[in-house]
Design a protein around this ligand. Structure first.
Ligand code: PLP
Length: 464
C-alpha cells in the first residue's frame, strides 16, 4: 500500500515513512492510494469479537508492508491493555435508538488514546529496526498533548515536545502533561493561544534544514496512522448494532475533522453507515461550509468544549481531496486561499459529494449545558461538554437506523462545566485519583521561533 499527498507534489511513501513523517513535504496530508474493501461476510464476522481482533482485521491491509500480522497483533495488545474497560469502546443506550460510544476509557480519558497508544508503539518498533531517533513536536488545546505525552513517555529513540497555551487548558489536562516524569517528554507552556502554538509547530516543519537535523515527526491528526486507528471503533460499534445487515448512523463531535474522517474511511471500506453527522460548537466553520459551500474563517471564540475551538480544520483537506476525486491541484489551490486567510468556495460537484457524505449541526453553549443536564436526568449518564454537543445534534437526526454518538472525553476531564450543568462533580477514575498530588514539571516559553528551536536543540543534546 502506497500513500499519496493530497497536494500531489510530494513523493509517494509506504506506511512506515508516512507515519514517521506526519505532514507531507508539499504541505499536504497522506492518504492511501486505494482503499481496501471488506466483504459483508468479513464485516459480519466482527460482531462481538474482541476489540483487539477487530483492530487487527481493519488495520492489517493498510500496514502489511511495515508490520506482519504477529507484530501488529502484539502492538495492538499493548496499546489497549492499559484501558479501564474490557470492551475498550463500550456502548451504552441513552434513549430509543440512540447509543453512546464511550471512547474515554484510555489512560488520559479522551478518544485520542486509541490512536496515540498504538502510534507510540508502532513508531518505537520502526525505530528499533532502523536504529534512528525522532523528535516529536506537537501543539495541543489539551487532549492531544496529554495523550501523546502518556504514550511516548520513556520510549527509546523519541523526544516529545508539546506546546500548550499557558493558562488555557483545564487543570486535569495540564497535570496529565506535566506530571509524567520521564526525561524524554517536555511540556512547554507557551505565552499565547492555541493558534500560536500550532503556528510555531508549522514553522518548525517548514524549516526543512531543522526538520532533517532533528528528525522532526508529527503526531497531530494530520498523521495518517492516527486516522487509521480510529476507523476501528466504527466497525466495532457498527457490527455490534447490526451492520452489515442494517445501516447505522454516527454523530461525531468535531474539531480538526480527524475522527469523523475515520468514519468516512470505514464507510468506504464497506461498513454501511447511513448518515455521518458533523457536530460543532459555536466555532461552526465546518457546519457553515457544508451549508453554504464557502469556508469563511471567523475568530475562534472560547467555549466549554475547548477541544473543538478550531477554525482551521486540518483533516477537512482529506475530505476535499476525496470529494474532488483526487484532483490534487484543485485541493492545493483551495488550501492556498485558506493559508492566505481568505474564504474559499467549493465547486458544485465536490460540494454535492461532501453533502452526500456528511450532514452537520451546530450547538450553542446554552444547549450544550441543557443537554448535559437532560441526559443526566433522563438516562443517568454524565456527558463531557464535547460529547454533549454530539448528543444534541444527534437528537435532531434520530431516524429508523440506530444512532451512535461518539463520547469523546470522560466527564471528569471537564469537571467545572459538568458540575455547573448538573450539580454533580464527576470523580476521576480510581487509577488516576492521585493526579492532583503528583509533582508538576513544565517549561514556560515565549511565542518565539528562535527560542523554541534553541530549546529543542539543547534538550536533545544537539546545541551548537
Ligand atoms: C480532539 C477532540 C475532539 C475533536 O476531534 P477531531 O478529530 O479534532 O475532530 C472532540 N472532543 C474531544 C474531547 C477531543 O479531545
Amino acid at each position: 500500500m502506497r500513500y499519496i499527498s493530497t497536494r500531489g507534489a510530494a513523493p509517494l511513501l509506504g506506511f512506515e515513512a508516512a507515519m514517521m513523517t506526519g505532514l507531507a513535504r508539499d504541505g499536504g496530508l497522506y492518504l492511501p492510494e486505494s482503499i481496501p474493501h471488506l466483504t459483508a461476510a468479513e464485516i459480519a464476522a466482527m460482531a462481538g469479537a474482541p476489540y483487539e481482533e477487530i483492530a487487527l482485521r481493519v488495520m492489517r491491509p493498510f500496514v502489511a508492508e511495515a508490520f506482519d500480522s504477529a507484530t501488529l497483533s502484539r502492538l495492538i495488545a499493548g496499546a489497549y491493555a492499559g484501558f479501564g474497560h474490557p470492551a475498550r469502546a463500550p456502548i451504552v443506550q441513552i434513549g430509543p435508538g440512540h447509543f453512546l460510544l464511550e471512547l474515554f476509557h484510555g489512560p488520559t480519558l479522551a478518544f485520542k488514546d486509541f490512536a496515540m497508544q498504538l502510534l507510540g508503539r508502532m513508531m518505537q518498533a520502526a525505530l528499533a529496526r532502523s536504529g534512528g531517533r525522532v523528535t516529536i513536536v506537537g501543539a495541543t488545546s489539551g487532549d492531544t498533548g496529554s495523550a501523546a505525552i502518556e504514550a511516548f513517555a520513556g520510549l527509546a529513540g523519541v523526544d516529545v515536545f508539546i506546546l500548550f497555551p499557558d493558562g488555557r487548558v483545564s487543570d486535569v489536562q495540564r497535570r496529565q502533561m506535566t506530571t509524567p516524569d520521564a526525561p524524554n517528554v517536555h511540556a512547554l507552556a507557551l505565552s499565547g493561544d492555541f493558534d500560536d502554538c500550532q503556528a510555531r509547530v508549522k514553522d518548525l516543519f517548514n524549516d526543512h534544514a531543522f526538520r532533517d537535523r532533528v528528525g522532526l515527526a508529527g503526531v497531530n491528526s494530520i498523521n495518517w496512522a492516527r486516522i487509521l486507528a480510529q476507523i476501528v471503533y466504527y466497525f466495532a460499534a457498527g457490527t455490534a448494532l447490526g451492520a452489515p445487515h442494517r445501516a447505522v448512523d454516527f454523530t461525531v463531535p468535531t474539531g480538526n475533522f480527524g475522527d469523523v474522517f475515520a468514519g468516512e474511511m470505514a464507510r468506504r471500506m464497506g461498513l454501511p453507515i447511513g448518515r455521518l453527522i458533523v457536530a460543532t460548537n459555536h466555532n461552526d466553520i465546518l457546519h457553515r461550509t457544508l451549508e453554504t459551500g464557502t469556508a469563511t474563517p471567523e475568530p475562534v471564540r472560547p467555549s466549554i468544549s475547548p477541544s473543538m475551538d478550531i477554525q482551521v480544520s486540518s483533516n477537512f483537506e482529506r475530505a476535499l481531496y476525496l470529494a474532488h476525486d483526487g484532483d490534487a491541484a484543485a485541493v492545493a489551490a483551495l488550501m492556498a486561499e485558506q493559508k492566505a486567510g481568505r474564504p474559499f468556495a467549493i465547486a458544485p460537484g465536490p460540494l454535492a459529494r461532501l453533502r452526500a457524505a456528511f450532514a452537520s449541526g451546530r450547538v450553542s453553549e446554552e444547549e450544550t449545558r441543557a443537554t448535559i443536564a437532560r441526559t443526566q436526568a433522563q438516562a443517568g449518564e454524565l456527558l463531557c461538554p464535547h460529547s454533549a454537543v454530539g448528543v444534541a445534534v444527534a437528537e435532531r437526526h434520530l431516524g429508523a437506523a440506530p444512532m451512535v454518538t461518539l463520547a469523546t472525553a470522560h466527564p471528569a476531564k471537564f469537571p467545572d462545566a459538568v458540575e455547573a450543568a448538573t450539580g454533580i462533580r464527576p470523580a476521576l477514575p480510581e487509577r488516576m485519583a492521585d493526579l492532583h498530588r503528583r509533582p508538576e514539571r513544565v517549561t514556560r516559553i515565549a511565542n518565539d521561533l528562535g527560542g523554541l528551536r534553541a530549546l529543542i536543540l539543547e534538550r536533545i543534546g544537539q546545541a551548537a
